[in-house]
Design a protein around this ligand. Structure first.
Ligand SMILES: [Zn+2]
Length: 76
């Protein structure tokens, strides 16, 4: 699949409740919720702001996996 943020090749794993775990060599690992995936049909992420937020989440939560859900999604 293509990374939802940068559009490069990435690995995708389906998760419960329609979410996906994406492993992109450029953006890192992030989880996208099923609701956000539905919205992605009609909207696009704000790439640079979203990437900054993923970095912030990883530092703040001390995890490799950042979350993109309806609360953290930043739309263009
Ligand atoms: Zn990416």
């Amino acid at each position: 699949m293509k990374c939802y943020l940068c559009g490069l090749d990435a690995k995708k794993t389906d998760e419960a409740h329609g979410g996906q775990l994406v492993d992109c060599s450029d953006c890192g690992i992030y989880r996208v919720s099923g609701l956000v995936l539905k919205e992605l049909g009609a909207k696009r992420f704000d790439f640079s702001q979203m990437r900054d937020d993923l970095h912030r989440q990883r530092q703040f939560n001390a995890t490799l996996v950042a979350e993109i859900n309806t609360e953290t999604a930043i739309w263009a």
